[in-house]
Design a protein around this ligand. Sequence first.
Ligand code: ADP
Length: 616
Amino acid sequence: MARRQKEKKLNNLIPGSKRILAKFLPQIAKHKLLIAISLLAILAEVGLQLLEPWPLKFIFDKLLVPELEGDSVHLVLSQEIGPLLLLSGLTLTIVSIAVLRALATYASKLSMAMVAAKVLLDIRSQLYSHLQRLSLSFHYQYKRGDLITRVTSDIENIRNGMIDAIVPFAINTVTLIGMIVVMFFINWELAAIALTMLLVFLFVANYLIGHIRYSVRKHRKSEAIIASTTSETIGAIKIVQALSLHDALERIFLAQNRDNLNRGTKSLKISALLLRTVQILVAITIAIVLWQGAILVMNKSLTPGDLLVFISYLKNSFEPPLRKFANQTGAIVKTIASGERIVDILEYEPNVRNLTSAKKAHPFLGAIKFEHVKFGYNPNQKILQGLNLAVEAGQKITVVGPSGSGKSTLISLLLRLYDPNQGRILIDGQNLREYTLESLRSQISVVLQDSYLFATSVRENIAYGNLQVSQKEIEKAAKLANAHEFIINLPKGYDTLLSEAGESLSGGQKQRIAIARAAIRKAPIAILDEPTTRLDNASKLAVMTGLNRLTKGKTTFLITHDLDSIENNDLIVYLEQGKILEYGTHKELMRQNQRYATLYQLKSSFANKQLYTGQT
Ligand code: ADP
């Protein structure tokens, strides 16, 4: 029972195609003219193909007449039409059909290739921008390599599939239908034999396609796994080399590679089986048609020319489409599998998105309030447990607490990377969900522990891709971030190209560029998530100077383990297991002598010990 259900599911290519078509239709509909040209060309091509054997019928039925010579009968040319006229007429007809058919094929291929290229260009851009908007929860769920495969090779598969498989499939289907109709006009008995053969073929094909689809999907999946492994290995090349992980990773890769090869071969094997079935079925049909056709000719219910047209149809116009169909099933299924992988992503709705009533935020003053905020990354998790916190505009809040207590989660909610499960967050008295995401995030500057720099110039990294930012503003931001000095000493100053992820810079330098990038925004709210954690003391000082300038007058959330940098009048929030356990200035919390004070004393004695033993 379960197996039957599985097969039923596998065989079902139609729902998959419908989903894809529904998503692609708006893009396809933009190219009505090209599609109309292509359909006309396809019809012309099929019509001409159906006409091809008719000159033969003419020769056999009209031009060759039987002549008795002794005991035997010979076919001789009828004398009614002059041989020259006959020869030129026939040559002209055959050549004209061939030339017109070639032109029609060219037009259909070219116009479809153009439609495919244009549609896929749109879909790829749509996919790329959709991926950027999908929530973080989505990105944690999918592997990077898998997503890259979808944007690159899956799109390419569909494009090739449309040109090499789907269009020929459409042509072959129309040809087969047209031919069956013409056959019925010539002789219904022989046509019924051909139709039966076609139905047997469709039955076998339908059964095998389910299996092909299954292996093609697995094949695509294993290709995505290979891409993910490669992307992870290259992304972590430093660790791979430092820990000599080559052998282990190569073993894993080899196993994945073998699996990929096996799955690829499996669908090819089934396609080949389908092809052999076509050959056998066509041979059987031709034999039966010849047998039955000869009887009909002898009974004078069929002309020899009709039988010739029939056999020619079966051999030249019936077998090739079926054979191509068998050959292309793999490609068609592959195209559909790739299409489904694209649609899977496009149908994924970001769970954090603009409400229909969302408005562009006014320039914030910066008062922030968390009201009974509860949050977990999945339904069973309780990361923040009814958190309340009010911050006045321009106030600086330092969030401290053990690792995993929910500090970064708190600021992710403020940036609306996730929405709270319960409770709300207000900015200037308004729930932040009522603002559009863009207008909210553009008013928050962020400096994280690991600031990602793009593989482009220092200038572009600071300007954030905003073309309206002038060189003067960039330099001003860099000076504020304490970065101008080292930038002008780089080989090409602000035009120096950074290597991927800014690897050519030191940690402190990267952080200072990130501060300049944050300063460009002139946002009233700043979020600093452990911005100095990985830095040595000298770099820390330079970064802190930049940060102090950046956050001046802004509502600031600073997450830090670096308790030395806390100033006496800053407000401190002590978070543990998603709850605020202490709240006040450094002095007040030291006086309370509870968790914060213990943490501070522990840090100080650890720092003194380091100083004493000379460790850093
Ligand atoms: P902190 O910043 O205080 O170290 P976090 O806010 O990063 O703590 O994490 C709080 C808890 O949430 C931790 O237990 C962590 O494992 C979990 N967590 C963080 N990010 C995710 C995520 N994307 N998916 C699932 N759990 C997460």
